[in-house]
Write a protein of this length. Sequence first.
Length: 629
Amino acid sequence: MATEITRKHAQARALAEAGWPIFPCDPNDKTPAFGVHWKEEATTDLAVIDGWWARADCNIGFSPGMIGLACVDTDMKHGIDGEQNYQALEGEKPATYRHRTPGGGFHRLFVGSFRPSVSKIAPGIDTRGDDSYILLPPSSINGVEYEVVDDIEPAPAPVWIGERVNRRDTRLRASGEVEYDDPHARARGLDHLRRLVKLGDTPRLGGRNDRAYRLAAELLDLGLSEGVAFGLMAEEWNPHGDPPLDTGELATVVANAAAFKQNDDGVWAPGAMAEVFKEALDRLPKDETPSPRSRFHFADEAEMDNAPEPTWLVPNLIPDRQTVLWTGQTQAFKSFLLLDVALAVSAGKPTFGVVPVRSGPVIYAALEGALSLKKSRRPAWKIVRGVEAVPDFYVGPGPIIGMPGEIQEFGDAIAKLLHGKKPALIVLDTLSKMMAGLNENDAGDAGRLIRFADSLVEAFDCSVVIVHHLGKDTSRGARGSSAFHAGFDSVIEVKAHNGVRAVEVWVRKHKDAEEPETPFTLQGHKVAGSLVFDPTTPAQHRELTGSDDLYDRKKVGAALKQLGAVGAAKWIATSVLGHELLPAMEGETPDEHEARVGRGVKVLGSLSRTKLEAYCQREGREVRWFLPE
């Protein structure tokens, strides 16, 4: 442990040693470094805390309810003096631990438990408890620190505060059963959000969560579900913040509003449309339009014979109207390459050395890296490809599939954006961000993601590509459940040689076509602060990456010598050579090893006609490997 550490780091350690579980928040901000998972990460483990603060001088987050405390927060903002209102209330106000916030208000800690609330005791007075958190001194916002004022033991919580927080006497009740998310309620919510944006009532430092909480409660009062309220706020209101709330933080705020808001859901909703207008609807002529064909339609032999052959979006790489898992290690240039595909499909330009079979609108749902995609990578691609504009290329947020209503909202947004046109390609980057709150290793949760991808193909008649990371053992493929490899129509793996910015793109699976025996190869070139990748020939790629080539002539020669395959009489089969070059790895099952060797055998078969032809003879279909005597 270094002797010189920051004041925040030192205080974090002191709090942990006193038994207070803490977690890091972003420097100069209230956003937890772990997003919605802050509660699970809170700890008193000094080694973990040292690791956090070694990376950044974080603010200190703390949930009072974790150690049986509750907080009364008096705010000084929007012309409201919460501290003055607190002092004016009747009831005992015992001396207790207190610190000043950067906004001029105070946090008071008491022994006890309060429901989280916003301005329920009185205007400008909030409470924080078990499922909420505060920042502790010497955390700072815009250079102003939280400052301890009364460093004494927390006093027992006054009874009158708990009574005011927990009371339900002002709760408004809905008049009947709520029809969630009807079009009229959604339109009202959307109009409300857009009006707030025009007025500049958007997230700001110092009160962002409170404003978001109140706004979420208003949308829920209108009859919107938690998922739809979150989706509308994330799309229409939050991006205009200075800065916006983290997506996970916003989701937590909306969930808290759904759990703790004062009124019944839908208290301001107009009621179920079918009931309000029942008499008028009954007088309308009946719609005789036949219903659309069920997705469970079963084709007969004639339909199967007349069905179109499988087609490509990008020949041999991206099948048309199917799902693709696009994998690779971190910093393997996965997103650079996929952006090249996406822009090429939208603009009808070559990608991976070929022109897309069809072009059309492309939706790129970026759950991470959206800013660099918009501002540096896309302009650099246009410069290299000589394209002035790509009007049918759209970038926006992607859905968190565990949030109720998000999947429907995502589909609705695409349909609305394209005015009835169908996209040629939808890209979702990344899988882990979409599965926030779910378990990648759980086959059930993995199946949920796969069904979502399939539903997009069905709804929009397009290809869907989802970006994912490889696991620590790259030979075992994509991280998480094996259901990912089984459930996607195609699986593509990107391997990078970072020193020379060269990549290999291997097709690991095509459901309806043969996988190419050799990879696509490309190299990145620096352009306008970004990278743009162009195809390379096998010879160019070997020259760039010769030292990393598993099938390098010297390596293959050494393997043949090791196996005693010297002279034509002592030849060995390709499978034997494959096992020598690709030994089993730690943690790899026999089936996984055989699958990896099988892929290697295909590569050797291809190379036997090119760079490795000096080490083999062909007898019909059989390849015999040996070192010349």
